[in-house]
Write a protein that binds this ligand. Structure first.
Ligand SMILES: NC(=O)c1ccc[n+]([C@@H]2O[C@H](COP(=O)([O-])OP(=O)(O)OC[C@H]3O[C@@H](n4cnc5c(N)ncnc54)[C@H](O)[C@@H]3O)[C@@H](O)[C@H]2O)c1
Length: 316
């Protein structure tokens, strides 16, 4: 089968690792990275790259046709905290980029599409624990509204036009290769950097803010396995719940202290606190497990060990 992949928004937190993973798996010339800006060296050196504006249909179509793309992963978006500062910009980027790739799939210019949703589709009226796949969804952020709307459109394009779109509601993602891009769960990456650098961290969420999180390796594995699953196994065409771990700032601190006993945390909650308060604390992902065999592998303590080991060199 002639598979050729385009990643849009490849220079971001997820796109960078996804690109490297897919190049390793399918060969570097089969995976075209693209973004509105250049990325870091390991990404730029690892294979073909195109500067591309996801909101410009003609540009996206030209790259898709020139590279004979079959699969698109759309990673360009404005994340939750940044979108609260620029609501209309966030809405336009998140929706226009999605409509562009849905249109390409509807016109059969690509075969398969991955589009990420988020736990931000849920809101203050959603049950907070073991949040089910189907439940009350009244998101209170512009980012959450864009993701919920995106889910509805994905399902509509599947039902109406047979578009093979696949999606996951990512929890907060934690990684060491690339910094996060303006989300409400960014503290859980920053805390590792500050623990190594200053042995101190001022957290922008309060000590009891439990949120669903996941280590990047698990998220990449989930992303590629839903895309590689048989078409008929994908029963949910809006977006699948996905769960890794849940913790609050105090619990991640305790995990870091096992390696850096002098590490201290203090709290100065800001505008991101109400966003975090509107989201679930834990997620029921039984449908993803049942339909395409999802299973998370990495626990909080395992993640802490991987993060500190890999970031250590940077700060020594
Ligand atoms: N990181 C998380 O914790 C998380 C959690 C839930 C969902 N998500 C979703 O996953 C996707 C990727 O997230 P991320 O964390 O990698 O985001 P990020 O902000 O790190 O990366 C987004 C990338 O998109 C690029 N971009 C912005 N505007 C563009 C445009 N017009 N054209 C082309 N590229 C453009 C940016 O330059 C950036 O490299 C997003 O849809 C996000 O909503 C992420």
């Amino acid at each position: 089968m002639k598979k050729r992949i385009l990643i849009i928004g490849a220079c971001g937190q997820i796109g960078t690792e996804l690109t490297l993973y897919l190049r390793e798996k399918f060969g570097k010339h089969k995976v075209i990275a693209s973004d509105i800006r250049e990325g870091d060296k390991p990404l730029m050196k690892s294979g073909p790259f195109e500067i591309l504006d996801a909101t410009n249909y003609d540009e996206v179509e030209e790259v898709v046709i020139r590279h004979e793309i079959t699969d698109v992963y759309l990673m360009a978006a404005m994340l939750s905290a940044t979108a609260e500062k620029f609501p209309m910009k966030g809405w336009n980027l998140n929706m226009d980029s999605l409509f562009n790739v849905l249109k390409l799939a509807k016109e059969k210019k690509i075969e398969k599409l991955f589009w990420p949703s988020s736990i931000a589709v849920f809101g203050p009226t959603t049950p907070k624990n073991d949040t089910p796949q189907r439940t009350v969804m009244e998101p209170s952020t512009v980012y959450g509204i864009s993701k919920q709307t995106g889910e509805r459109w994905c399902e509509y394009y599947f039902n109406r036009y047979g578009v093979d779109v696949r999606s996951i509601r990512y929890p907060g993602l934690i990684s060491y290769k690339t910094l996060p891009g303006g989300g409400t769960t960014d503290y859980a990456v920053d805390i590792y950097h500050k623990a190594l650098k200053h042995k101190k961290y001022i957290c922008f969420l309060n000590s009891e803010t439990t949120l669903p999180m996941m280590f990047m390796d698990d998220a990449i594995r989930a992303t590629v396995s839903i895309m590689e699953a048989d078409r008929e196994d994908i029963k949910v065409r809006s977006s699948y719940n996905l769960s890794g771990m849940s913790f609050d700032p105090e619990e991640i601190t305790a995990s870091i202290k096992k390696h850096i006993p002098k590490f201290e945390i203090s709290y100065e909650p800001d505008f991101r606190q109400p966003i975090a308060d509107s989201w679930p604390q834990s997620i029921d992902d039984s449908e993803a497990r049942k339909d395409w065999g999802w299973e998370s592998k990495i626990s909080l303590d395992e993640m802490t060990e991987i993060m500190l080991t890999n970031l250590k060199d940077k700060y020594q």
